[in-house]
Design a protein around this ligand. Sequence first.
Ligand SMILES: NC(=O)c1ccc[n+]([C@@H]2O[C@H](COP(=O)([O-])OP(=O)(O)OC[C@H]3O[C@@H](n4cnc5c(N)ncnc54)[C@H](OP(=O)(O)O)[C@@H]3O)[C@@H](O)[C@H]2O)c1
Length: 259
Amino acid sequence: MRKETTSHPVQAMVTGGSSGIGAALVAELVSRGLRVYSVARSAEKLTAQAASLDPRVQPVVADVARPSDWKKIAQSVEGPLDFLVHNAGTLDPVGPVEGLSREDFHRNFTVNAEPVLFLTQWLLPVLRQPGARILAVSSGAAYRAIPGWAAYCTSKAALNMMVQVLEAEWGYSRGIHAAVVRPGVVDTPMQAHIRQQDERHFPLVHKFRAMKQENTLARPEEVARFMADVLLCTTDADFGQTAWDFYQKSELAHKMENC
Ligand SMILES: NC(=O)c1ccc[n+]([C@@H]2O[C@H](COP(=O)([O-])OP(=O)(O)OC[C@H]3O[C@@H](n4cnc5c(N)ncnc54)[C@H](OP(=O)(O)O)[C@@H]3O)[C@@H](O)[C@H]2O)c1
């Protein structure tokens, strides 16, 4: 694991750090001694998070879908950034393709996919070279079609390929490695939003309601521990070449022993 030096603290940025998986990851990384930039739109939630955790949490109020905010996010970082986690995400729009608006579809891509290339581009000057790691939060929906989720499935599939291109371009040339993580089905506000969907727009909603009732959702804290191990306790070769899947954490454990 990378060690803090007197001149440079080990630093991470987590987008979507104010809620769910992102908030749990911010807390986990701070507990492991990192300085963490927590990015989200809600100033109120970020302020409360920073107050409740540690002075090492740096709130960055910004919209990752807004190009004018990318510069602000990049300028918030002092010194080299070791870890960048693209976690901010949205499910919407939900509904069948025949009713899908192009504007809503594009909006989903601007949150879920575009920042992986273009916010990363802005952050490149502050990413540690060599050595930085980029982790993007994917989904099972990137791998199998879910009726009603055209925007979400396709934006997460695009995110997967963006990460592969980053790894192919920068892994060798810059020593910056990129990977995706599948977090499983996690008990967060996004899942609550999924369970509230109308069955006519989202025919599989009953499955997600049943998972909550049967208490089979993963907890954000355990997913955050897995993600922190992926970021901090893997070799460069394993990090960039492995499909990190929370449900396979036992099979992957031997690759996360480098701490
Ligand atoms: N929960 C699951 O079961 C599950 C499964 C697979 C994948 N995922 C993925 O995991 C990630 C986190 O999901 P979650 O379940 O933790 O959801 P969540 O609780 O709804 O959190 C989403 C986070 O993203 C932020 N966000 C949304 N739009 C943003 C924007 N335009 N700019 C900046 N921040 C934005 C939100 O903060 P603000 O609203 O304050 O901006 C919030 O912090 C997402 O990428 C999601 O697709 C979740």
